[in-house]
Design a protein around this ligand. Structure first.
Ligand SMILES: *[C@@H]1O[C@H](CO)[C@@H](O)[C@H](O)[C@H]1NC(C)=O
Ligand SMILES: *[C@@H]1O[C@H](CO)[C@@H](O)[C@H](O)[C@H]1NC(C)=O
Ligand SMILES: *[C@@H]1O[C@H](CO)[C@@H](O)[C@H](O)[C@H]1NC(C)=O
Ligand SMILES: *[C@@H]1O[C@H](CO)[C@@H](O)[C@H](O)[C@H]1NC(C)=O
Ligand SMILES: *[C@@H]1O[C@H](CO)[C@@H](O)[C@H](O)[C@H]1NC(C)=O
Ligand SMILES: *[C@@H]1O[C@H](CO)[C@@H](O)[C@H](O)[C@H]1NC(C)=O
Ligand SMILES: *[C@@H]1O[C@H](CO)[C@@H](O)[C@H](O)[C@H]1NC(C)=O
Ligand SMILES: *[C@@H]1O[C@H](CO)[C@@H](O)[C@H](O)[C@H]1NC(C)=O
Ligand SMILES: *[C@@H]1O[C@H](CO)[C@@H](O)[C@H](O)[C@H]1NC(C)=O
Ligand SMILES: *[C@@H]1O[C@H](CO)[C@@H](O)[C@H](O)[C@H]1NC(C)=O
Ligand SMILES: *[C@@H]1O[C@H](CO)[C@@H](O)[C@H](O)[C@H]1NC(C)=O
Ligand SMILES: *[C@@H]1O[C@H](CO)[C@@H](O)[C@H](O)[C@H]1NC(C)=O
Length: 413
């Protein structure tokens, strides 16, 4: 009996590790008492200038994030300042009116000299952006909980929080057991029950957009040679709060290749392909090469969208993915449909995909490594063929034995 809870705990830990959203815990203390505690995951999508135009960087709040005790403070307007990477900081300032506390403003500082995050930036400044409309609030003595992504735009940056639990003006040293659940979570938790009971028979399902057209995308390096090649049909599967319908909807959206531009950068150990459709949809893929094992994989996907039906722009990213594994000097191919889950509310369906983010020579794909699904599909004719060959062999053996027997029988007579 005691095995069960410990197994459950193990599974939870396992999912926490596997799931993209690795939450960090941040605490601001004064003496022995905690005034702010936050458990959250966050990703940042930051537009910056290069000499050849603007680019978008995607970063996640790393596990190594710490609280800057010198800048953080308790008191009337408690302030949480988290530091990560090469001098980047995220600050949350709180206020309260006696019954409700809220995030008064969010401050993001990013260091453009960090070339691992901002390659080719044409400035080395530390940029500070502030947003005073964060929309995080809860009654005092309750924990604010929002597992759904919450995007906050500040200057040219979008901060997206996921899996968030936080409290300020805390009565004790731990998060209050009473949770105040954000609207987005309420929508997603109530949606399945309503669609199952009443809404399903009456509301027509949105029509599926069909298989997306296959696009060909490539990147060139500085001297004009192709360094990244991709061919694929792409379909976004996003859930968001619709303005027109005033509820969370699940939408499928195909990328149209001739309305989509590709940009990005090739690198020695990291390559990024950014697909932009009509300035309203920006989808980016980051590939990482392990130079020790000479294997590469798709490590990050991010989506920024600003469609007219959205109540708030979408900004979703996950930089700890492990998809499309292949070997340097090979391309990766998957003709079967694949679903790449990015976050809970966004996944990407790929069709007839072939990519090569590293080691492209002569502007062509190298020999492909096939995905398991394609291999399994190829296995079917092989198995059927082998079974047929086996059947023929059995019939042949049976015939030969039969012949031999009748022959022998004939001789004994
Ligand atoms: C903090 O706690 C320790 C031991 O529990 C105690 O000795 C110390 O006086 C406390 N400090 C404050 C500022 O309350
Ligand atoms: C990019 O450069 C332009 C012109 O100097 C400036 O106005 C803009 O703020 C810069 N953008 C960013 C994100 O730094
Ligand atoms: C950086 O690039 C932007 C446009 O890409 C340009 O407007 C700006 O002047 C450049 N800044 C510097 C310091 O070179
Ligand atoms: C910004 O990044 C550069 C390079 O990583 C580093 O040398 C510098 O100290 C950082 N600046 C701050 C304020 O941390
Ligand atoms: C505090 O703010 C909340 C939300 O803005 C509001 O509903 C409430 O009435 C305010 N309470 C007081 C005491 O001002
Ligand atoms: C953020 O809000 C706090 C509390 O309301 C205020 O003291 C601080 O000046 C604000 N910071 C900015 C940069 O607006
Ligand atoms: C919050 O809890 C503390 C301690 O339990 C209590 O003293 C305080 O009055 C409570 N505040 C509100 C607004 O309920
Ligand atoms: C392209 O640039 C690379 C280094 O960036 C260099 O090794 C190569 O020779 C260049 N190719 C041509 C055709 O200039
Ligand atoms: C879209 O995503 C939802 C939720 O993850 C899933 O139930 C649904 O089957 C997906 N649809 C397609 C066509 O991939
Ligand atoms: C949207 O729905 C919520 C609750 O379902 C309701 O309170 C609100 O008035 C609705 N807004 C509009 C514009 O219909
Ligand atoms: C995109 O392609 C479709 C069909 O392939 C065509 O009807 C449409 O005119 C094209 N649009 C543009 C902007 O080229
Ligand atoms: C690269 O691959 C080697 C061998 O498989 C492994 O030991 C190492 O941890 C990998 N490095 C990274 C950064 O994943």
């Amino acid at each position: 009996m005691r095995v069960f809870p410990s197994l459950a705990a193990l599974f939870i830990a396992w999912f926490a590790v596997l799931g993209c959203t690795q939450a960090v815990t941040l605490e601001v203390k004064e003496g022995n008492s905690t005034c702010i505690k936050a458990e959250l995951s966050a990703s940042f999508s930051i537009t910056y200038n290069t000499s050849s135009g603007t680019r978008t960087a995607s970063v996640s709040l790393p596990d190594s994030t710490t609280v800057d005790a010198a800048s953080s403070s308790c008191g009337g307007s408690p302030w949480l300042v988290a530091v990560f990477g090469s001098g980047h900081t995220l600050g949350l300032s709180f206020s309260n009116n006696g019954s409700v506390y809220s995030v008064a403003n969010l401050t993001l500082q990013y260091n453009l000299s960090d070339t691992s995050v901002f390659p080719d930036a044409n400035s080395s400044d530390v940029v500070t952006v502030v947003s005073a409309s964060v929309g995080i609030w809860a009654p005092i003595n309750t924990t604010y909980r929002c597992l759904s992504p919450t995007a906050v735009t500040a200057g040219g940056a979008t901060v997206t929080f996921f899996d968030m639990r936080l409290e300020a003006y805390m009565p004790g040293n731990d998060l209050s057991p009473t949770e105040s659940v954000c609207v987005a979570d309420q929508a997603t938790t109530t949606a399945p029950t309503t669609t199952a009971s009443t809404a399903a028979p009456t509301t027509p399902q949105p029509t599926a957009p069909g298989t997306p057209e296959r696009g060909t995308y490539s990147l060139k390096d500085n001297n004009g040679t192709i360094c990244l090649l991709a061919q694929m049909g792409l379909q976004l599967n996003v859930s968001y709060v619709s303005q027109a319908q005033n509820k969370t909807v699940q939408e499928l959206l195909n990328l149209t290749p001739n309305l989509t531009n590709s940009s990005g950068s090739c690198g020695v150990s990291s390559a990024t392909l950014v697909l932009t459709q009509e300035q309203t949809t920006v989808l980016s893929f980051t590939f990482t090469l392990n130079s020790t094992s000479n294997k590469y994989h798709l490590s990050g996907i991010s989506l920024q969208a600003n469609w007219s039906d959205l109540t708030a722009p979408i900004s979703a990213s996950n930089n700890s993915l492990d998809y499309l594994r292949s070997t340097l000097g090979r391309s990766y191919m998957c003709n079967a449909e694949q679903t790449l889950v990015v976050i809970q509310t966004f996944s990407l369906n790929t069709f007839r995909l072939q990519v090569q983010p590293f080691g492209v020579t002569t502007n062509q794909f190298a020999t492909a490594e096939d995905c398991q699904m394609d291999q399994d599909q190829m296995l079917i004719p092989i198995i059927v063929g082998a079974a047929l060959a086996g059947l023929v062999l059995i019939v042949l053996i049976a015939y030969l034995i039969g012949r031999k027997r009748s022959h022998a029988g004939y001789q004994t007579i």
